[in-house]
Design a binder for this molecule. Structure first.
Ligand code: DGJ
Length: 751
């Protein structure tokens, strides 16, 4: 709910459990007051440090002076004495900075407006959401800055975005346009963020703040494998289950930057938005520019509390409505089974095997089009390769349907191979610098999505394939970064608009295709998790998390992603051993339990399974089908982290709304002689309820030919009965099993 004390100029935004407040000092300057526990009102002084500070600069505001350099700001800028990291910057036609964005008006509106050309979260009737618009204006230039805040009371989420409007008569050049600026008191925070590289995405980083600015982000044109557009601040004492966490997630799929500054006063400024390094935007008279949305979460219940807020919100207010409750299909993808080497006939045994274990959808990956035999050619030529598929996609779809499966298809529509008919016909359609050679990434070039005619062509080409056969799933891949984001079609003064224009073009394409094919489930991918963000998730409800499906590495990747993203957004497949990316051998059941903990599927040659593994595969599929509502819609609770120092065990669980049903997964990494493992204490059960704990995958312990009965097994007599308080106190005792990379799956049911 939003309330405004007009007399004192205090704005208070509250969700059910959190509040966010700022003041309009001198009725002009939006100065941050509070982001934390829910409060009923702001009674105290609204200025933290009054008076002039030594060496401070005073900005003239309506006949008085404000020393902005140390005041908490809602949307700080440079040029008026605030020397911290700015959240926006603009210059007028003469190149003079715009520096007087004073409050002009504000208003409260029910619901939430959509963002121009950008993905955004949405409200539904009954949400009681409200939006606050605060308009700041620099009178000399005519620049108006509309700060928008929407409160989702029952979700405990506040969203922010900014619209810049040029109401003046001359052009304005926007050189920085952040989505979030917030100044927090004190600096006893650690910064949490997700970093990585191809094959090891979403590694959790947590560290103290040194004086100065800690920045991270991407310059790849995508969100990238290197970093995720998420940042959280928490006291060092915060744990998975306790402590105050403040977090921000940018809903954007392009270059971004997070700046966390520990200021000279030992306070903290957090700025998040489009990366200003590769950005500027020329705003002509009458034009507007909208920043991406940022999703703010405050949790007093530690990191799990924060994650559960994000999970529910992304599932219910970001992902396309039609996939919210729809069960996600269990897929078999042919990529690691065949790579480029397949034909219609050679796929048939894979279909048999997939159908036999209970798979629901078969995904034909890269190589079905043009003259594609390797990654060296044909991107852009989205016509079926008749040598491989003589009966076309329609013929393949018919055989897929015969097996009781649906068909999914791989595309990489943003790219073009130099060796392709598309490139031969339109050599200027890729991003390039005229007169210079074009650098390649995976032998390919990036199409210029800042050009509407190219976007239209992509929409048409993908549409005609989707219309040619019953295809119910699309894997949308993207396998290179934008190394030099330049479009010759943009004038010199607009060159730095390209990266953002590319993302806007992409969103238009996704919007058009997902609207035209509402029943098709689109899944995102960028060489694995190179573009895993809430912008993608607002069109595509799931994303391939990593090209690395090694069970041990995936524990870290999926744990990291779960900080923010619901598990139904994370695609995870069982692949073969030795693992193709790291060469590790892990038990089939462990690979299965890792994949079961997300959006389950297979990506190995199912025809090569022996009887025992086929039996395990069938059981995994049956479990995925039986519990997918719980796994995808229940509360996901992280229990033991792979990122803890010396971690040798990982555990997490899924609990239903009423705590009547839960699934517990525990992964034991390296084996150790004569060491009794600790039990795994659970979280979120009813203390007095009697629960029955069953070990679901007992008997799946065979590892690479070595089978030994558990050395100790608390479940020999069958399920164990305990009350919730015992399970949350002492925990679930794990059977003692020999071997590395062993895993366990338990069902916990209230009696
Ligand atoms: C990269 C993806 O992440 C893989 O899953 C696979 O689709 C290949 N591209 C195909 O080229």
């Amino acid at each position: 709910m939003i309330s405004i004390d007009e007399q004192r100029g205090v704005v208070l935004l509250s969700t059910n459990s959190s509040s966010y407040a700022f003041a309009l000092l001198e009725h002009s300057y939006p100065s941050h007051l509070h982001w934390g526990d829910r409060i009923g009102s702001v009674r105290g002084p609204t200025v933290h440090q009054s008076g002039r500070r030594p060496f401070s600069v005073q900005a003239p505001v309506h006949g008085t002076y404000l020393s902005l350099g140390s005041l908490p700001s809602e949307y700080g800028w440079s040029g008026s004495g605030d020397f911290r990291i700015p959240s926006w910057e603009a210059v007028d036609e003469q190149g003079f900075p715009i520096i007087e964005p004073w409050h002009e008006r504000h208003s409260i509106h029910p619901g939430k407006p959509a963002l121009d050309g950008m993905p955004s979260s949405y409200t539904k009737a009954g949400d009681n959401s409200e939006t606050l618009k605060v308009v700041l204006r620099d009178k000399p230039s005519g620049l108006a800055i509309h700060l928008r805040y929407t409160v989702f009371p029952t979700y405990d989420v506040i969203t922010r975005s900014t619209v810049f409007c040029n109401d003046g008569e001359n052009s304005i050049n926007l050189t920085r346009a952040g989505s979030l600026c917030v100044d927090l008191d004190g600096s006893d925070f650690e910064v949490l963020s997700l970093h990585g590289a191809w094959g090891r995405e979403a590694q959790l980083s947590r560290h103290a703040l040194a004086p100065g600015v800690y920045s991270f982000g991407s310059r790849t044109g995508t969100t990238s494998h290197f970093a995720n557009p998420f940042v959280a601040l928490a006291p060092p004492s915060a744990t998975e289950h306790t402590g105050a966490v403040r977090a921000a997630l940018l809903m954007y799929s392009g270059n971004f930057r997070a700046d966390v500054e520990r200021t000279f006063d030992d306070d903290v400024r957090l700025v998040l938005g489009i990366n200003p390094d590769s950005f500027s935007w020329m705003l002509g008279p009458g034009e507007r520019f909208t920043t991406p949305e940022v999703l703010l979460v405050y949790s007093a219940a530690g990191l799990n509390g924060m994650s559960q807020i994000y999970h529910r919100f992304i599932r219910e207010r970001v992902m396309p409505r039609r996939f919210q409750d729809a069960p996600r299909p269990i897929v078999a993808n042919n990529w690691e089974a065949t790579y480029f080497d397949f034909t219609h006939d050679s796929l048939l045994p894979l279909l048999d095997a997939a159908a036999q274990v209970g798979v629901e959808l078969f995904v034909l990956d890269d190589g079905w089009f043009g003259d594609r035999e390797s990654d060296g050619k044909s991107l852009g030529d989205w016509t079926v390769n008749r040598r491989k598929l003589p009966r076309g996609l329609e013929g393949l779809a018919a055989d897929v349907a015969e097996h009781g499966l649906e068909l999914g298809l791989w595309f990489e529509p943003e790219m073009v191979s130099p060796d392709s008919d598309l490139h031969r016909a339109h050599p200027d359609w890729c991003l390039h610098i005229p007169g210079r050679e074009k650098p390649l990434g995976r032998n390919q070039l990036v199409l210029d999505l800042s050009r509407p005619e190219i976007c239209r062509e992509i929409i048409d080409r993908v549409s005609s394939v989707l219309e040619s056969a019953p295809i119910s799933y699309v894997k949308w891949d993207m396998n290179r970064y934008l190394s030099y984001p330049v479009s010759p079609s943009l004038p010199a003064e607009r060159r730095k608009e390209l990266s953002h224009r590319y993302v806007l073009g992409l969103y238009q394409i996704w919007d058009a295709l997902t609207t035209r094919f509402p029943k098709v489930l689109f899944a995102g991918c960028s060489g694995g998790g190179g573009r895993f963000d809430a912008g993608v998730l607002s069109y595509f409800p799931q994303i391939w998390a990593s090209d690395n499906s090694d069970a041990v590495d995936r524990l870290r990747i999926q744990y990291g992603l779960s900080l923010v993203y619901p598990v139904c957004a994370i695609e995870a497949h069982v692949t073969s051993i030795p693992n193709h990316q790291v060469g590790r051998f892990t038990p089939f059941s462990t690979r299965g339990n890792v994949a079961l903990s997300a959006n389950f599927g297979f990506e190995l040659d199912l025809t090569a399974l022996d009887d025992e593994d086929r039996r395990i595969a069938e059981k995994l599929v049956a479990t995925a089908k039986k519990y997918r509502r719980l796994i995808h819609g229940g509360r996901f609770v992280r229990l033991e982290s792979p990122f803890d120092a010396g971690s040798n065990r990982v555990a997490w669980m899924f609990v239903d709304e009423k705590a009547r049903l839960a699934l517990l997964f525990a992964f034991q990494l390296l084996s150790s002689a004569n060491r009794e493992g600790r039990a795994v204490p659970l979280v979120g059960l009813e203390p007095e309820t009697l629960y029955r704990v069953s070990w679901l995958d007992s008997g799946d312990l065979r590892l690479m030919g070595f089978t030994a009965p558990p050395q100790s097994d608390p479940f020999t007599e069958g399920p164990v009965r305990c009350i919730g308080a015992e399970l949350m106190g002492r925990g679930v005792e794990l059977p003692r099993v020999l071997g590395d990379f062993v895993s366990f799956r338990f069902l916990i049911e209230a009696e």
